[in-house]
Design a protein around this ligand. Structure first.
Ligand SMILES: [Zn+2]
Length: 289
């Protein structure tokens, strides 16, 4: 069910920069079935519930709509006819706390690999090339129990980039040819963090935590945890990556936000068919005490 906290995030591993976090409040009653919408989509059957009348500030001129698709995916649509940039963010309610003990950093590595080609758009640079040609940017981060992917783009190009973005969650390739390079990228990220006071304090916090609790693990990962140590134990990291993605990513624990110039009905019509084929594996979100 959509709730007031679905877009509240705690940042842990942000791969390029830091972002501002936001919280939206949903009207708690009367979710309506798709029949009330004036849509051209032939995929209305993919919509489980629609949540209009979202509480917002009087000074906020944007229009909001919550959706839940039949695959369990929660969506927040934001219509702003004056925005220069369109944008989207997908949150997956799984993060570094779910790393296997013998593969610290696997959730973070999965985040890096997800961008690099899909069955529909196999070129590993397709997404970043499209964004750079259309005034766009992208980033992602892995926190303890969330992984988040997001981009912005010139407002005329939302549909094209959103289709590329949706494929990350439907048919990622995790191409073996990208494995070594992305492992190096993860390693470099860790090397950069070593000199940061914030990261050092976090490491100290983890080092003094209960060693049997996953919080004590090393969430960023490096070449030691993702390459040399697994090799010694005959663990194939790519196989484990595929297993991790297959068992941990599911539409029912994901939440998407999309901002565009289009009306709420047009956004509904655009987004629903793109994201309705993400598999729902009926996962339960892990809780940690
Ligand atoms: Zn990273």
């Amino acid at each position: 069910m959509l709730c007031s906290t679905i877009f509240r995030k705690i940042l842990r591993i942000n791969c390029r920069s830091y972002i501002v976090t936001t919280t939206h409040t949903m009207a708690p009653t009367n979710p309506s079935k798709g029949k009330k919408l004036k849509l051209v989509s032939r995929r209305l059957d993919d919509i489980l519930s629609v949540h209009d009348g979202i509480v917002k500030s009087d000074s906020d001129k944007r229009e909001y709509r919550g959706l839940q698709l039949n695959n369990g995916l929660k969506i927040m649509l934001i219509s702003d006819p004056k925005t220069d940039k369109s944008a989207a963010s997908m949150d997956v309610n799984v993060g570094s706390l779910s790393d296997p003990k013998e593969l610290e950093g696997l959730a973070h590595f999965c985040e890096h690999m997800l961008f690099l080609g899909t069955e529909k758009y196999p070129d590993e640079d397709e997404y970043s090339k499209f964004l750079s040609q259309h005034a766009g940017n992208s980033n992602a981060y892995t926190s303890d129990d969330h992984t988040n992917y997001y981009f912005d783009v010139g407002h005329k190009h939302l549909k094209e980039i959103l289709d590329r973005f949706s494929q990350f969650f439907i048919c990622p390739l995790f191409d073996a040819s990208c494995t070594d390079r992305e492992m190096n990228a993860v390693h470099s990220e860790h090397e950069k963090n070593v000199m940061s006071d914030g990261w050092r304090l976090q490491r100290l916090d983890k080092a003094t935590a209960n060693p049997n609790h996953p919080y004590s693990q090393f969430g960023t990962g490096n070449k030691e945890t993702l390459d040399s140590e697994p090799k010694k134990k005959d663990i194939c990291v790519r196989d484990e990556l595929l297993k991790f993605h297959d068992s941990m990513y599911s539409a029912n624990i994901m939440a998407l936000a999309v901002l565009g110039r289009e009306s709420l009905d047009e956004l509904t019509d655009m987004v629903t068919p793109m994201f309705s084929s993400i598999k729902n594996k009926q996962l339960t979100v892990e809780t940690y005490t």
